[in-house]
Design a protein around this ligand. Structure first.
Ligand code: LMR
Length: 330
């Protein structure tokens, strides 16, 4: 009798365990540092929706926005360790990982238009850059767009001389460091989650970001002036832990690749509009006064900043810089 009930218990337990295994979804933790109502935040939410649908719920995507789980540098370490499976760091944040070539996206005036950017991100140059992540245990899936950056501070920034001596927050990119130095400013690397407070308390005087980030982090409340200088670009690479990705069942990986393609199309379609709306909202708030540069001022900015392209050749590679510049004149 005892043996019989023991066997029955084992059978029930085995049944329960196997069905629990059969149903346990594959979890993708997707961590990012921006607000949910930015182009990246909305795309992460859309990917969750599309991925879960395409896999009939066999994959569950948990999105952690706003540096809730990790800040900039920590999130890359967490991905490599497998604590999270997916990220979309800005292209300015891959240098510390040892993939300096991504800093090419930070070069002043490297993309004269969005089309020049797409020629790179949707072509062979973009693909070969993503390949460089593999030895780091990372697979690159896509590029997501944000926009051209606005310079901001509590004084007008019309000419390079206006930057002299200002402490400017930058992302962890040597190109951005060189850019700020070329303007006579003192660059300071800070995690994105710390920028608002640093601006508010005067730890730094100014910064740069596309309008969508500036607005959703409320930087316009603590920056009196913004210059629509279009001097530089901010975008993202969507990346996954390679071991995790390679270990997925093939049908799941194919479904997720499809969901990522669809999300990327969506993201590209909303990014400009989102930035336009954010700029409008900031203008309406009256907290920040935005200016555009006249032809003379634009020439002065270019004179100060274009030499950074040459200066960074030894770090990034002259061939890569030249190849990207060629995409801009196609
Ligand atoms: C920043 O750190 O300034 C931005 O790159 C944050 C982001 O991911 O958009």
């Amino acid at each position: 009798m005892q043996v019989k009930s023991f066997l029955a218990t084992v059978a029930v337990a085995a049944c329960f365990t196997s069905s629990a295994f059969a149903q346990a979804p594959i979890v993708i933790k997707f961590s990012h540092v921006v607000a949910t109502d930015t182009p990246k935040g909305q795309a992460a939410a859309r990917f969750k929706q599309l991925a879960e649908k395409a896999t009939n719920g066999r994959v569950k995507v948990e999105v952690y926005p706003n540096s809730q789980l990790y800040k900039d540098k920590e999130e890359l370490e967490a991905l490599q360790l497998g604590a999270v499976q997916m990220l979309a760091p800005s292209l300015a944040k891959f240098g510390p990982l040892g993939v300096k070539e991504f800093e090419v996206f930070d070069l002043p005036y490297i993309f004269p238009t969005k089309q020049a950017l797409y020629n790179v991100t949707e072509g062979p140059i973009g693909r070969s850059l993503l390949k460089k992540l593999e030895p780091k245990g990372i697979t690159g899936l896509a590029y997501w767009d944000n926009g051209f950056k606005v310079m901001s501070a509590n004084k007008p920034l019309n000419t390079p001389t206006d930057f002299r001596g200002l402490k400017m927050r930058i992302q962890s990119s040597k190109v951005l460091d060189a850019q700020m130095r070329a303007l006579g400013a003192n660059p300071q690397v800070l995690a994105f989650s710390e920028v608002y407070q640093a601006l508010q308390t005067g730890v730094v005087d100014g910064t740069e970001n596309p309008p969508s980030n500036m607005y959703t982090q409320k930087m316009h409340e603590v920056q009196k002036y913004g210059t629509l200088s279009n001097h530089g670009y901010l975008g993202y690479a969507v990346i996954v832990n390679k071991k995790f990705w390679d270990g997925l069942p093939a049908d799941i990986r194919t479904a997720l690749e499809g969901a990522m393609r669809e999300t990327t199309t969506y993201e590209k379609a909303i990014s400009q509009r989102d930035n336009d709306l954010a700029l409008e909202a900031m203008k309406k708030s009256g907290r920040t006064q935005f200016t555009t540069l006249n032809a003379q001022q634009q020439a002065e900015w270019k004179k100060a900043l274009l030499p950074v392209q040459k200066q960074m050749e030894s770090r990034i590679g002259a061939d890569l810089i030249n190849a990207i510049n060629k995409e801009g004149v196609k």
